[in-house]
Design a protein around this ligand. Structure first.
Ligand SMILES: Nc1ncnc2c1ncn2[C@@H]1O[C@H](COP(=O)(O)OP(=O)(O)OP(=O)(O)O)[C@@H](O)[C@H]1O
Length: 268
């Protein structure tokens, strides 16, 4: 794989002008899948090929993002919408520097944090130890994590029904794990914070707290990207939305307008 085309943005804004935090310039992203079938024939034929182990392993390319360009500015919360497989997670992973681009360039101001990846949570360790590790992984000092510990646990709501924070993460439901991950990540101010469907797993009370925190993070001058299939979540937290479909950018504009067009398209 080629080296990721993510570059640091050196911004020297004139006073009063908007400060760009992420520039995505005509980006194409292609996954290479090794050992894939050719896609021809029936499922039975594919199973036969698999069992007979004949032929060389096939390589297939999935062109997930096609010529996408946009600029994000400080203080914006941008919703990324589109149907399943339209390239939303892929573009976020590329902005985080986790995927190389096939062509095009991504410039970022600081290190973007992709929620769920930067907070390196470990299943066999307790929630409490994960709060410490996650905080350290995000660059906080031990003192800072200790100072924020209670706030993080309270925000997550993990201890609402008993002392769960001292149990290993593997005993948590997927919703509880997602809430703790969000709470750790949201404890720090980020230049660019990207949240991929994290809000979908929490209950309504947690979603409200998270949306409030996203609004605060925006005020603290960061840029927030939110990938979600919940259009109301996007409407409540984002002023701008980007609509991807089959890897292409179909629309970029005020969240209300873009969601309206998307809903009309998807018949919701
Ligand atoms: N690791 C991978 N290897 C190969 N192809 C992949 C990989 N991850 C995603 N893809 C493909 O890239 C395309 C875009 O996927 P992506 O996960 O970015 O979509 P998405 O819009 O986030 O979807 P969803 O709403 O279902 O989460 C899809 O065709 C998918 O099959």
């Amino acid at each position: 794989m080629a080296v990721a085309e993510q570059q640091t943005l050196v911004s020297t804004p004139a006073s009063g002008s908007r400060v760009p935090t992420v520039i995505v310039d005509d980006v194409h992203i292609v996954y290479t899948v090794y050992g894939a079938g050719t896609g021809r024939g029936t499922a039975t034929a594919a199973l036969y090929r698999l069992l007979s182990r004949k032929g060389s392993p096939n390589v297939r390319r999935v062109h997930a993002v096609r010529g996408v360009s946009f600029t994000a500015y400080r203080g914006e919360a941008i919703g990324i919408i589109g149907s399943n497989g339209s390239g939303k997670s892929t573009i976020l992973r590329a902005i985080a520097g986790l995927l190389p681009t096939e062509s095009g360039k991504i410039y970022t101001d600081g290190q973007p944090s992709l929620l769920g990846v930067n907070a390196a949570l470990m299943n066999d360790l307790t929630g409490a130890t994960n709060v410490l590790l996650g905080g350290l992984a995000m660059g906080m000092s031990q003192e800072e994590v200790r100072h924020r510990f209670k706030g993080i646990v309270d925000f997550s709501g993990i201890n609402e029904k008993g002392d769960f924070i001292s149990l290993p993460m593997r005993t948590y439901s997927s919703g509880m794990a997602a809430r703790l991950r969000f709470s750790i990540a949201a404890a720090k101010n980020h230049d660019v914070l990207m949240i991929d469907e994290a809000l979908a797993t929490g209950d309504r009370a947690f979603q409200r707290r998270s949306e409030e925190r996203i609004r605060e993070l925006r005020k603290e001058a960061g840029t927030v990207f939110l990938v979600s299939h919940n259009n109301n979540s996007i409407r409540d937290t984002c002023d701008r939305a980007i609509w991807l479909e089959k890897g292409e950018l179909l629309m970029d504009g005020p969240a209300d307008d873009v969601i309206k067009a998307y809903e009309a398209h998807s018949g919701k």
